[in-house]
Write a protein that binds this ligand. Structure first.
Ligand code: NAP
Length: 286
């Protein structure tokens, strides 16, 4: 059996085209969606992510700007900027690129962003709303994965779903979304005993581990939907996921590639969250 490939790049493009009309309608009413991305330090990977986020906004007619600080900047300066942006009526989304330098209290910075502008969905208020099954902003990567299930007509109800990884950015919100969708969910971590026991009974397997080619074909249930969230840089400079694509392709029913899978969906859902934030604000103003 050769799995069907879930094309994240094509789905991302389709969604982005669909966003343009919503951006135009908002702009015409004086609510052009605006996203600010704050970058502290000069991590090359973060710089690429931030550039792609800003360009993604501009390409569909949104407003977007990047604010950069030297890695030595003090936390108060960044908190003051966030307070200023919270009060700016032209800005609907604020995102602080993670990770922050070690002298920062990451949680304090994320909590400083107004919950109704927290388009990354990391504020405790938004995490709580998601846990209660009534999300306001869904973290972009798992949100993108849910869109892929939707597009692929993957019915999650009653399915065995296994998520490898329990980070606040991917694993935990992914598990909550799967629970909310009616799946039976297992979340694995580095201490999990007999990982293969769990993965090999998963109808839906999501890998968010950060280890190249970690999930191999022998760990996958025949016909499973395999979602590879991982982005790893190999010594030769090439990107690869947490899933060994070649061996899993032969076993899975559906599978996402890297690159061209979950990655393009993440920024797309950031655009979606920012547009939703602007639509909510416009509705309040009407
Ligand atoms: P993270 O914070 O490092 O979390 C990794 C998780 O994997 C942890 O919960 C860890 O368990 C678990 N883990 C590590 N080794 C394991 C093992 N041997 N068995 C089972 N679980 C194990 O990483 P993250 O931020 O969630 O990101 C995960 C991957 O996704 C990375 O490759 C990252 O680059 C990628 N990513 C991609 C996107 C995208 O847009 N596609 C977005 C975000 C992240 P413990 O908690 O016990 O340590």
């Amino acid at each position: 059996m050769t799995a069907q490939i879930i094309d994240g790049k094509a789905l991302a493009e389709e969604l982005r085209q669909g966003f343009k009309a919503r951006v135009e309608a908002l702009t015409a009413k004086g609510h052009k969606p605006g996203l600010v991305v704050i970058l502290v330090g000069a991590d090359p990977a973060s710089e690429v992510y931030v550039r792609n986020k800003v360009n993604g906004c501009l390409a569909i007619g949104m407003h977007s700007e990047k604010i950069t600080y030297d890695a030595t900047v003090d936390q108060v300066t960044v908190l003051n900027k966030i307070a200023e942006l919270n009060a700016d009526p032209n800005i609907h989304g604020i995102l602080v690129q993670l990770p922050l330098p070690k002298h920062f209290d990451e949680e304090a910075v994320l909590e400083a962003i107004a919950a109704d502008k927290d388009v990354d969905g990391f504020h405790a208020e938004n995490v709580g709303a998601l846990a209660q099954g009534n999300p306001r902003f869904i973290p972009c990567t798992p949100y993108g994965v849910m869109k892929m299930f939707e597009k692929g007509n993957v019915d999650l109800t009653g399915k065995e779903a296994v998520v490898i990884g329990r980070s606040n950015i991917v694993g935990k919100p992914m598990a909550l979304l799967l629970i909310n969708a009616g799946a039976t969910v297992t979340v694995c971590n580095s201490r999990t005993k007999d990982l293969k026991f769990h993965t090999s009974r998963a109808d839906i397997l999501v890998a968010a581990v950060g280890k190249p080619k970690f999930v191999t074909g022998d760990m996958v249930k025949p016909g499973a939907v395999v979602i590879d969230v991982g982005i790893n840089r190999l010594p030769d400079g090439k990107l690869c996921g947490d899933v060994d694509f070649a061996s899993c392709l032969e076993v899975a029913g559906q599978i996402t590639p890297v690159p061209g899978g979950v990655g393009p969906m993440t920024i797309t859902m950031l655009l979606a969250n920012t547009i939703e934030a602007a639509e909510r604000k416009a509705a309040l103003a009407d």
